[in-house]
Design a protein around this ligand. Structure first.
Ligand code: NAD
Ligand code: TYD
Length: 352
């Protein structure tokens, strides 16, 4: 038995693959084309594990996908592969359209061809799980209830619009062709192997390197934070017992304003690795120009997942964020390896 994971060298995908092998012997075919966000160092702990088969390739390459499906005959496909950073989607949407929409379409086509040729028993057992985001629902007013699965799609950035389009394609393949799909829409993740272009790892990295801590606009935008390993456990539960064609919102009821998150990170760093000059890290906070079209608030209502599948997050924001800061303090080499080269060009383009 095996599963095919796409995007398994990225932040969430690599955490998922590592967690998978912590609980299972089942082979993982890991397909990732190693964009700037994909990093094989995330998976170095699996280099002696014959159950982990890494293949460099694109989800849009139908011939490659078809040959992998034929060779490994997975019982499930989990689609993590995507362009995932909102700011990059504002600077250049094209890659987002290509991977998130066209790539998902090609992956669905290859999957449909494979699935159609399975025996009835294999067909019934097969799953295509699409990993998506709460950003497809758009922005919430301050006191509005959290997003549930019935909330209307109102994506506001090229990133969220491309994810919304991919969700619709996945849904259509279920309704039209009967493909056994599942979709998860998760809130903002944080934890190990998070690329330091996103808020939490960027702030930790900049704080420790004596750089400015950039806050977009007034810093009062709200995100709903979930420790990445809790997202992984939710995906495993949905894969096991999710109802076909359903979507499940995933979140940990941890709404925080950005400024509060940054203050928390500064406080933990002051405690675990104080600045050598005795100053507090928060003196590095700098307000910068707001993101165009910046969504004000996201919040996830995960009660369907809790009620139907008994899932609950293991970490609170307080425990998860402390683990995360400690992980970055313990993994200077990883941070150094991902913040060279292209990363510098991105930071220059975005923040100067
Ligand atoms: P990431 O950018 O860290 O990783 C994406 C991975 O996909 C990288 O390894 C990259 O090399 C690979 N990839 C990109 N294009 C590809 C292609 N065409 N073919 C094959 N591989 C390709 O992203 P992430 O944060 O790990 O997000 C994973 C998934 O989870 C995405 O679908 C994202 O939309 C979704 N998601 C992310 C968050 C979050 O907070 N990060 C929250 C909810 C949902
Ligand atoms: P990010 O981590 O990019 O995730 P997303 O945009 O998908 O929610 O950003 C989280 C929040 O932090 C978002 O409101 C934008 C804000 N932000 C900053 O204030 N400064 C930064 O340098 C970055 C990268 C993000």
């Amino acid at each position: 038995m095996s599963i095919l994971v796409t995007g398994g060298a990225g932040f969430i995908g690599s955490n998922f693959v590592l967690d998978w092998f912590a609980q299972s012997q089942e082979t993982v075919i890991n397909l990732d084309n190693l964009t700037y966000a994909g990093n094989l160092a995330n998976l170095s702990g699996l280099k002696d594990n014959p159950g982990h088969v890494f293949i460099r390739g694109d989800i849009g390459d139908v011939a490659l996908i078809a040959s992998l499906l034929e060779k490994y005959r997975p019982r499930a496909i989990l689609n993590f592969a995507a362009e995932s950073h909102v700011d990059r989607s504002i600077h250049g949407p094209e890659d987002f359209i290509q991977t998130n929409i066209v790539g998902t379409f090609h992956l669905l086509e290859a999957t449909r061809a494979y699935w159609s040729a399975l025996t009835e028993v294999e067909k019934a057992a097969f799953r295509f799980l699409h990993v998506s985001t709460d950003e497809v629902y758009g922005s919430l007013e301050k006191d509005a209830p959290a997003f549930n699965e019935e909330h209307r799609y109102e994506p506001n950035s090229p990133y969220s619009a491309s994810k919304a389009a991919s969700d619709h394609l996945v849904r259509a393949y279920h309704h039209t062709y009967g493909l056994p799909v599942l979709t998860t829409n998760c809130s903002n993740n944080y934890g190990p192997y998070h690329f330091p272009e996103k808020l939490i790892p960027l702030i930790i990295h900049n704080a420790l390197s004596g750089r400015a801590l950039p806050i977009y606009g007034d810093g009062q935008q709200i995100r709903d934070w979930l420790y990445v390993k809790d997202h992984c456990s939710a995906i495993r539960r949905v894969l096991e017992d999710g109802r076909l064609g359903e979507t499940y919102n995933v979140g940990g009821w941890n709404e925080k304003a950005n400024l509060e998150v940054v203050h928390t990170l500064c406080d933990i760093l002051d405690e675990l690795q104080p600045r050598s000059d005795g100053q507090l890290y928060k003196t590095q906070i700098t307000y910068v120009k707001d993101r165009p079209g910046h969504d004000r608030r996201y919040a996830i209502d995960a009660s369907k997942l809790e009620r139907e599948l008994g899932w609950k997050p293991a970490e609170t924001f307080e425990t998860g964020i402390r683990k995360t800061v400690q992980w970055y303090l313990d993994h200077h080499d990883w941070v150094a390896s991902v913040t060279s080269g292209n990363y510098r060009n991105w930071v220059e383009q975005q923040y100067t």
